[in-house]
Ligand binder design. Structure first.
Ligand code: UT7
Length: 323
């Protein structure tokens, strides 16, 4: 017998304001056609003035609790993956804790940019498997609209705001790939690539800064590294690509999603794609896609789901889950 971290519930939240590509044509030398064809993005959601990451996260958390049939005090721990917290401190996670009425347990943030949700899942899994926690809420939540340079057409058209939340709980498994829950994790980072994707400000430099990206270079690393980490995670889990029901990739660019699926030998019919509606929501993109995939009746109990993400750092990784 071995302990597994099984999915107990999922939910998401998107801010009300939807911004279609055409809006950017008013202020930038860009077009709906360019954005669609180069990234696959058609629209994205932007948070309202005063609407913060912890607010989006709390809505998603409440949806996940409802889906699981649980109440906030049933949670032992809450992790928020974000690079856009409300404040320098306290953590967004403790703010969510207060918002949802979770007065016990513990809460903290994880920061691995677009790979943040995969890193947070890995952390929650380790805590459950080691017996430190029984039920952990894992949230990816971002307000990337706050760090856009609205004069940089190469970045500001690509990102959006949103939040997704997933609850993991301890359950007994046989220790085989037939178990439900997280089957494997594969994480990497390489700080040498800092200048490819970063924010040119922060607490210690006394500014907020804006996102800067060498898009072409990140693209090149993305397809190669994502296919590699997903393959490694599948090998660790003992599942073949034929056994994978769904790939739920980080939603940055449809061409990266297509290229990675091709390298993995998986048809696009088995890939959950939300990039057209959400844009790149960084750490929120995988839980958003998981939640949408489940709501659309794609992801079902017992399915093998492979998630993979890459972002600033560079940091990347993959997690295999039997739903
Ligand atoms: O989530 C973290 C990971 N991030 C990513 O995975 C993003 C990875 N990168 C990408 O998704 C793509 O590289 C982009 C979508 C950012 C760009 O696509 P690309 O095919 O690599 O285009 P490019 O950067 O090579 O730009 C091609 C042309 C350039 O013009 P010139 O130099 O060829 O004259 C750009 O200036 O397109 C121009 N361009 C635009 N044109 C219209 C760049 N942005 C725009 C724009 N509208 N918004």
């Amino acid at each position: 017998m071995s302990i597994r971290a099984k999915v107990a519930g999922i939910g998401h939240y998107l801010p009300q304001r939807v911004v279609p590509n055409a809006e950017f044509e008013k202020t930038l030398d860009t077009s709906d056609e360019w954005i669609r064809s180069r990234s696959g993005i058609e629209r994205r959601h932007f948070a309202a003035e005063g609407e913060t990451t912890s607010m989006l996260a709390a809505h998603a958390a409440e949806a996940a609790l409802k889906d699981a049939g649980l109440e906030a005090p049933d949670l032992d721990a809450l992790i928020v993956a974000t690079s856009t917290p409300d404040l320098t401190f306290p953590s967004a996670a403790t703010m969510v804790q207060a918002r949802i009425g979770m007065t016990g347990g513990f809460a903290f943030d994880v920061q691995a940019v677009c790979a943040g949700f995969v890193y947070a899942l890995s952390t929650a899994n380790a805590m459950i498997v080691s017996g430190q926690a029984k039920r952990v809420m894992v949230i990816g939540a971002e307000t990337f609209s706050r760090i856009m340079d609205w004069t940089d057409r190469a970045t500001c058209v690509l990102f959006g705001d949103g939040a997704g939340a997933l609850i993991l709980e301890a359950s007994e498994g046989a220790g085989s790939a037939a178990d439900r829950g997280i089957l494997s994790v594969d994480l990497h980072s390489d700080g040498q690539f800092r200048d490819l994707l970063y924010v040119d400000g922060g607490v210690s430099t006394q500014s907020t800064g804006h996102l800067r990206m060498e898009g072409k270079e990140v693209f090149r690393h993305a397809v190669e590294k994502l296919a590699k980490t997903a393959t490694a995670a599948m090998e660790k889990a003992g599942v073949t690509s034929e056994e994978v029901d769904w790939v739920v990739p980080h939603q940055a660019n449809i061409r990266i999603i297509n290229g990675t699926a091709k390298k993995l030998g998986l048809p696009m019919e088995r890939v959950v794609v939300t990039v057209q509606d959400h844009g790149n929501t960084s750490a929120a993109s995988i839980p958003l896609a998981l939640s949408v995939g489940k709501a659309e009746g794609k992801i079902k109990s017992g399915d093998v789901v492979v998630t993979e993400a890459i972002g600033g750092g560079l940091a990347w990784g993959a997690v295999v889950i039997r739903w």
